[in-house]
Design a protein around this ligand. Structure first.
Ligand code: FAD
Ligand code: NAI
Length: 475
């Protein structure tokens, strides 16, 4: 017999599990279905983010940064370490432990909030009197029925045409997070977020990394000053990045992958590598969902079509996260999940896409919110800009990490902050202040007048805000 709930959530990634918890907090009876499994078949909720995305990549970035520090930077601090070596089993094992802690944490939160979890694949059955029917198949076979269904099925790595991921030589993010040894030579196609983060991990461990990017500009959507500063730092670290290339037919033998490419000037080259990461964007997961059974509208790229409220083409069916338009970010998925749950409870939430922060967790980190200088110019907006380099920040000098800057863009008349761009240490944490100010539609002067603790990296934010009015104190 079908099990009846107020809400069924399909997918337990950051969009789905957060929507499920919020709906349960608001008094609804909630089921959440997800098929992700551990190697031994146990449920592994958390989606791409927890299993093969945000969390494991940050764990490996941290460990590889420690390794590089021990090798190259601790001596500057007078700390002598000899015979530094890598225990790759421990390196990967620690990451797996961190992932499992997050999987278990979500299962605990489901219990705590009385969300009923089903481990299996969900697909739409039909519209029934009591709502939508969702079939769960796999280890558990069930029919669930609910008035409202939230689809949060996420995304998967996009493959190059004719080159499937085998996860041993041709790697998506999944294989790139679990290489059993450090490749001597690693090629990466796509100098986006994944290419830069995972390219950095394996470079720090000793791989010779070449990244081939199709777009003519490096990090084309990032503020030009920030992209330029980051490229300079990455090149100095030893990442080889070629932009404006056209990749040809890739060949692989048992030992080697050969990637031919034409450079921006039309000259032909090739990269020979032990492994290849293909990180050229991601595609929405709707296969097997039964969208066609119920007539759920997808766009030409396969995303579920939603309005500003995440309502789909069908009443009572909602969709959030990577499977719908907008940035493919965990925090964006979460905000949408919360908003849909609150809407179902009769509330009037709003997700402000203008203040969604972006972070690339390389070293230096790159973080931004709002508009770039180029976007403001194109829009014909009058603005003032203030920058402050970490080189002039006492805490950054004490840390020994002075690459980068904070740049604040504000409206020329009203001084409202329109965009903040940071390249530098823990930019991921510093950006939160900018998001808060922008959410309150604050001015650069507001940041400048707030007392920031000394010595902190956050003083660079204050100084950049002062610089908007050409009155930085320490530069
Ligand atoms: P997902 O996390 O993809 O979850 C979807 C879930 O749905 C999965 O668990 C899947 O098993 C399940 N599912 C799919 N179809 C079905 C079905 N039919 N039945 C049952 N279950 C189903 N974002 C950040 O904000 N910060 C980061 O640092 C970051 N790092 C990343 C690093 C990497 C390497 C990658 C690949 C991504 C990273 N992202 C990061 C992006 C982030 O992972 C995604 O934006 C986020 O996971 C999207 O959440 P979601 O809930 O929409 O989908
Ligand atoms: P991406 O969109 O960030 O970068 C893809 C890059 O590949 C682009 O620069 C694009 O120009 C290039 N490209 C596309 N096709 C190409 C081709 N045929 N040849 C050469 N270059 C080509 O996508 P990526 O890195 O795969 O990541 C997917 C998404 O996952 C990101 O957009 C982001 O939303 C999310 N993510 C977020 C992270 C974070 O927040 N720190 C970390 C990792 C991923």
């Amino acid at each position: 017999m079908a099990k009846q709930f107020d809400v069924v959530v399909i997918g337990a990634g950051p969009g789905g599990y957060i929507a499920a918890i919020r709906a349960a907090q608001l008094g609804m009876s909630v089921a959440c279905v997800d098929y992700w499994s551990t190697a031994d078949g146990k449920p592994a909720p958390g989606g791409t983010c927890t299993n093969v995305g945000c969390i494991p990549s940050k764990a490996l970035l941290q460990s590889s940064e420690h390794y590089e520090h021990a090798q190259k930077h601790l001596a500057e601090h007078g700390v002598k370490v000899e015979g530094v070596s890598l225990d790759i089993k421990q390196f990967l094992g620690r990451k797996d432990t961190v992932v499992k802690q997050n999987n278990d944490g979500i299962l605990y939160l489901f219990k705590k909030n009385k969300v009923t979890f089903f481990h299996g694949k969900a697909s739409f059955g039909a519209k029934v009197d009591a709502g939508w029917s969702v079939n769960v198949s796999g280890e558990q076979t069930e029919e669930l029925v609910a008035k409202n269904v939230i689809v949060a099925t996420g995304s998967s790595a996009r493959a190059l045409p004719g080159l499937d991921f085998d996860e041993t030589q041709i790697l998506s993010n999944d294989g790139a997070l679990r290489l059993a040894s450090v490749p001597k030579k690693l090629a990466v196609i796509g100098a986006g977020v994944i290419g830069l983060e995972l390219g950095s991990v394996w470079r720090r461990l000793g791989a010779e990394v070449t990244i081939l990017e199709g777009a003519p500009e490096f990090l084309a959507t990032v503020d030009r000053d920030a992209a330029k500063e980051a490229l300079k730092a990455f090149t100095k670290q030893g990442l080889t990045i070629h932009t404006g290339v056209k990749v040809g037919e890739i060949k692989k033998t048992a030992k080697k992958v050969t990637v031919p490419y034409t450079d921006a000037a039309g000259a032909e080259h090739k990269v020979e590598a032990d492994k290849l990461i293909v990180s050229i964007g991601r595609v929405p997961n709707t296969e097997g969902l039964g969208a066609e059974t119920i007539g759920l509208k997808l766009d030409e790229r396969g995303f579920i079509v939603v309005d500003d409220d995440c309502a789909t083409s069908l009443p009572g069916i909602w969709a959030v996260g990577d499977v719908v338009r907008g940035p493919m970010l965990a925090h964006k998925a979460e905000e949408e999940g919360v908003a849909v749950a609150e809407r179902l409870a009769g509330q009037h939430p709003h997700v402000n896409f203008d203040t969604v922060p972006w972070v690339i967790y390389t070293s230096p980190e790159i973080a931004w919110v709002g508009q770039t200088e180029q976007q403001l110019k194109t829009a014909g907006r009058q603005y003032r800009s203030g920058s402050f380099p970490f080189l002039a920040n006492g805490r950054a000098r004490a840390l020994g990490d002075t690459t980068g800057f904070v740049k604040v863009l504000a409206d020329a008349k009203t001084d409202e902050v329109l965009g903040v761009h940071i390249v530098g240490p823990v930019a991921s944490e510093l950006i939160a202040e900018a998001v808060t100010i922008m959410e309150f539609r604050g001015a650069a002067e507001d940041i400048a007048r707030i007392c920031h603790a000394h010595p902190t990296l956050s003083e660079a934010m204050k100084e950049a805000a002062l610089a908007v009015d050409t009155r930085a104190l320490n530069f």
